[in-house]
Design a protein around this ligand. Structure first.
Ligand code: ZN
Ligand code: ZN
Length: 61
């Protein structure tokens, strides 16, 4: 039997929920430090919830 590959599910930076594949989520590098990939789920995009970069503390809409 082969090794099982662990799939890391992305977590929304705003609401900390797992983002299931195939949803209308978005990801982009932190506009301030560029070190962290910010994930935003469909709902948080829709409602324009704030996110906070865990690396530099930058917050954005
Ligand atoms: Zn979210
Ligand atoms: Zn940052």
């Amino acid at each position: 039997m082969g090794e099982s590959k662990k799939v890391r599910m992305p977590i929304c930076t705003s609401c900390n929920r797992i983002i299931p594949p195939g949803t209308n989520a978005t990801k982009f590098p932190c506009p301030n430090c560029g070190q962290i990939i910010i994930w935003r789920c469909e709902k948080c995009r829709q409602f324009g919830r704030q996110y906070k970069c865990p690396n530099c503390g930058f917050t954005g809409p």
